[in-house]
Design a protein around this ligand. Structure first.
Ligand SMILES: Cc1ncc(COP(=O)(O)O)c(C=O)c1O
Length: 330
C-alpha cells in the first residue's frame, strides 16, 4: 500500500526523490544475502556537492526567506558538510553566508573549506574549540550583522532543529514508497536531526543510528527532536543507537571505518567519508556480526554524503593513497 507523501518543503533546493540502489556485492561481503542491502543515495541530493543537509536546509531556508532574511549564519567543524551546504543554499537563493568554523586559517584547508570559499561564504575562525562554544559565537555574529542593518537568520548547528528534521521525515516517507518492506535504515548520527526525522516517519524499531561523537548526549538530543516533531513526549530509551564506533573521537579515523570505506569502494564503487557514512557502514557491519541485523530483512544504508570531507581528512587521504597498488605487482 502506497503511503501518501505529506511532508513537502516550502523551498526546493535538491533533486527528489534520491535513488535507492541495490548493493549486492557489499551485502555478501558483510555477511548478508545479495538482495538484503540497499543504499539510499542522499549523497545525490544535487545542490553544492550533495548530502543530507540539503533536505534540512529546504525547511530552514524556507523559514528564513519567509522572515525576509538576507544573510545565513551557521557554525560547525572546519570540515563541516553542513556549513558547505549552507554556503551552497545561500548562493542558490542569493543570500550572504557567514560560517563560524572551529579551527584557524592556517590549518590545512581543502575539502569542504575550499568549497566554502568557492561558493562565496565568509568565515569566522573560532580556534580550537568544542562545538558548544560555536553557538554563542554564531549568535554574536548575528547581533553584529543586525547592528549593521542586515537581516541575518541563524541556521542551527548541523541544521538540527525540529524544523530542519522535517526534511528527514520527508526522506522516511520517500523510503516507504521505494521500499515498503524496509526492515532497518542505518544512518550516521551527528547532530541528530537526520535520525530524528527518520524515526518520526518510520518508528524507533526501523532506524539504527551510529553515533559519530559529534554531540555529548545523542539519545537525549534525538529524543528531544522526536518529541518536538510529534508534539508529544518521546522515549529516548527505545531509540536504537550504537555507540561503538566513536573511537578516539569525532575527527579521528578508526580501523573499522577505514575498512568500511575500503570495502564499499572496492565492492560497489561507493565512496563513503571517514567521519559519518564510513561510521554508518562500520556500525552496520557490527550489527550484522552481533545479529542485530540479519539476512532476509531489507536493510538500507543511508548514504548521507560527505565526499568533500574525505578530501579534507589528511589521515584518510594518506591511507587511501598508500593503498594504491603498483603494477606490475611485486
Ligand atoms: C555526511 C553527513 N552524514 C551524516 C551527518 C549526520 O546528520 P545529523 O547531523 O543530522 O545527525 C552529517 C552531519 O553533519 C553529515 O555531514
Amino acid at each position: 500500500m502506497a503511503t501518501e507523501l505529506t511532508e513537502t518543503s516550502p523551498t526546493v533546493l535538491g533533486t527528489w526523490p534520491t535513488p535507492l540502489e541495490a548493493a549486492p556485492r557489499l551485502a555478501q561481503a558483510i555477511g548478508l544475502g545479495a538482495a538484503d542491502l540497499w543504499v539510499k543515495r542522499d549523497d545525490l541530493t544535487g545542490l553544492g556537492g550533495g548530502g543530507n543537509k540539503v533536505r534540512k536546509l529546504e525547511w530552514l531556508c524556507g523559514a528564513a526567506l519567509g522572515r525576509g532574511a538576507d544573510t545565513l549564519v551557521t557554525c560547525g567543524a572546519a570540515q563541516s558538510n553542513h556549513a558547505r551546504l549552507t554556503a551552497a543554499a545561500g548562493a542558490r537563493l542569493g543570500l550572504d553566508v557567514v560560517l563560524v568554523l572551529a579551527g584557524s586559517a592556517t590549518d590545512p584547508g581543502g575539502g569542504n573549506v575550499a568549497l566554502d570559499g568557492l561558493m562565496g561564504a565568509s568565515v569566522v575562525w573560532a580556534g580550537d574549540v568544542a562545538h558548544e562554544a560555536l553557538d554563542p559565537l554564531a549568535l554574536a555574529v548575528v547581533d553584529q550583522l543586525r547592528q549593521e542593518g542586515a537581516r541575518p537568520e541563524l541556521i542551527p548547528y548541523g541544521g538540527s532543529s525540529v524544523l530542519g528534521a522535517r526534511g528527514y521525515v520527508a526522506c522516511g516517507l520517500e523510503l516507504l514508497h521505494q521500499a515498503p518492506d524496509l526492515g532497518t535504515v542505518v544512518t550516521a548520527l551527528g547532530s541528530g536531526g537526520t535520525m530524528a526525522g527518520l524515526v518520526h516517519a518510520l518508528g524507533c524499531r526501523r532506524v539504527l543510528g551510529v553515533d559519530c561523537g559529534a554531540i555529548e548526549h545523542p539519545a537525549r538530543t534525538v529524543g528531544t527532536l522526536v518529541a518536538g516533531l510529534a508534539g508529544a513526549p518521546s522515549r529516548p530509551d527505545e531509540l536504537r543507537i550504537r555507540l561503538d564506533h566513536v573511537g578516539a573521537g569525532y575527527a579521528v579515523l578508526t580501523e573499522p571505518v577505514m575498512d568500511a570505506l575500503t570495502l564499499a569502494a572496492r565492492t560497489e564503487g561507493l565512496i563513503l567519508d571517514p567521519i559519518y557514512t564510513g561510521r554508518a557502514l562500520a556500525g552496520l557491519m557490527s550489527a550484522v556480526e552481533d545479529e542485530e541485523i540479519k539476512s532476509g530483512e531489507r536493510t538500507i544504508l543511508l548514504h548521507s554524503g560527505g565526499l568533500p570531507g574525505l578530501f579534507g581528512h589528511a589521515g584518510a587521504v594518506a591511507r587511501a593513497t598508500g593503498a594504491l597498488a603498483e603494477f606490475p605487482r611485486r
